[in-house]
Write a protein that binds this ligand. Structure first.
Ligand SMILES: [Zn+2]
Length: 119
């Protein structure tokens, strides 16, 4: 078992976990992370998402049954699945049978990579 830290999201994990391999995938950006990136002058590249980020900074409703426009925009952003810079996905592509000298299949998205931080 070794301990790793993701260079993109900062998440830590062990691999293997018991008898099972662990394949890390970065979570999508949270609403607060999206707002922080927007405040830092970064665009998502999608004008509709950028508009929702602006709208999500507005006043929140105290009544959950009557969400404000900011609440509705935040709800849309929460499920938008915006990937962070350097997104890592260590799952591997399924590979057809091949010659024994072929290299092992690589991660779906190496992204910023992971760093081993423990044995
Ligand atoms: Zn990650």
């Amino acid at each position: 078992m070794a301990v790793y830290k993701c260079n993109a999201c900062g998440g830590t994990f062990t691999d293997p976990q018991g008898a099972f391999r662990y394949f890390h995938v970065c979570p999508p950006l949270s609403v607060n992370e999206l707002i922080a990136l927007h405040d830092a002058g970064q665009s998502t590249g999608d004008p509709l998402l950028d508009a929702d980020i602006l709208m999500a900074k507005g006043p929140k409703s105290a009544d959950p049954l009557q969400p404000s426009q900011a609440d509705q925009a935040a709800a849309r952003l929460a499920v938008a699945g915006v990937k962070r810079a350097g997104h890592v996905n260590t799952n591997v592509t399924p590979a057809p049978p091949r010659a024994k000298d072929d290299p092992q299949p690589g991660p779906l998205s190496a992204g910023a990579g992971v760093t081993q931080i423990g044995a």
